[in-house]
Ligand binder design. Structure first.
Ligand SMILES: [Zn+2]
Length: 330
């Protein structure tokens, strides 16, 4: 099959890569299209030490499955392949399975290829209302919904066990692919959202959605935000988050960044700040929101590129200000 592979020689398009080996109980999916994520770009800089076929945001058709109801269905797939037996799986934390592999990220070939394999339990059949372009956003949108699973948006200032209810003042740092999804989800959840970014066209998109926005250059550190969600994909995002979160507020970290940065963490102690790491989220809620047209993803598509031009697609997706680059398998 054709595949976009990252190995010790770097990133390359391979016209005759071996098909993913069958594993017991796996479902074979023919990929229609896939989305390039910042995580894919970080992997090519060394994040996770992954070697293999990249890609974890995809839509495709089930070719073969032990679950015969799935055969022929158009599906998206959850990316964590879990054991179901370890202490974390048994206690309901299976996305943190101690023996997990992760599609295109950890010990499992990904979806920038003609075929991908996943357990049937990972797959979700799509309603007709979610077209292929929307479907590629299910995985990152689910990750955006995870923020409101972890940090409820209906408790206002003084919350955290100290009473007070009302709208939460939330700042999303970063106007990239994930930041613009997170902002829409938080707004829908009732928060007073503002996006801080560097790109006038992205901030204009926020205004069109009725979401307030500010250029990064205008930001004054006032320590007044209930929640700050870092979607910058940059090591400097956390530092800025510490400057604008209020005492006893919450910083949510959504970015996976390969390089680190020395940081003085004392402000977290002085201001008694909660720090929440946030990763994968609920697919069902993301699919429902897209089917009901509650989240705009069409505006986030930057370019469509054929799989055989995948190396160039990754380069394009890594340029400052680029939104979602889709890889098409046709
Ligand atoms: Zn497990």
């Amino acid at each position: 099959m054709r595949a976009l592979v990252f190995d010790d020689n770097g990133l390359s398009f391979q016209p005759r890569h071996p098909d993913p080996p069958p594993r017991l109980g796996d479902t074979l999916v023919r990929v229609r299209q896939a989305g390039v994520c910042s995580t894919d770009l970080e992997i090519t800089k060394g994040y996770m030490g992954f070697r293999g076929v990249l890609g974890h945001e995809f839509v495709g058709d089930v070719v073969d499955s032990p679950d015969k109801n799935l055969v022929g269905k158009r599906v998206v797939g959850e990316i964590n392949v879990v054991c179901g037996r370890c202490d974390l799986c048994v206690s309901g934390l299976s996305t943190h399975c101690r023996n997990r592999s992760v599609l295109g990220i950890l010990n499992h070939d990904g979806a920038f290829a003609d075929h991908v394999r996943l357990p049937a339990v990972n797959l979700h059949a799509l309603p007709a209302a979610v077209d292929d372009d929307m479907a590629v956003f299910v995985e990152p949108l689910a990750a955006a919904y995870q923020v409101i699973k972890q940090v409820p948006m209906d408790a206002g200032r003084g919350s955290g066990g100290e009473g007070g209810r009302g709208r939460r003042w939330v700042t999303v740092l970063g106007d990239g692919r994930l930041g613009l999804l997170v902002a829409q989800v938080l707004r829908e959840a009732g928060a007073a959202v503002r996006v801080i970014g560097k790109h006038p066209d992205k901030l204009a998109l926020c205004e069109r959605w009725g979401i307030r926005s500010r250029p990064l250059a205008d930001i004054v550190a006032r320590h007044d935000q209930d929640v700050v969600v870092d979607c910058t994909g940059s090591a400097t995002g956390f530092e800025l988050a510490m400057q604008i979160v209020r005492p006893r507020g919450t910083i949510v970290l959504k970015s996976t960044v390969a390089d680190g940065k020395p940081l003085n963490l004392a402000p977290l102690v002085i201001d008694e700040v909660n720090v929440v790491g946030s990763r994968c989220g609920p697919f069902r809620e993301a699919i429902r929101a897209l089917a009901e047209g509650r989240i705009d993803v069409a505006s986030l598509i930057h370019r469509r590129v054929r799989l055989d031009q995948g190396v160039q697609a990754m380069e394009l997706a890594g340029r400052p200000g680029a939104l979602k680059v889709l890889l098409t398998m046709d």
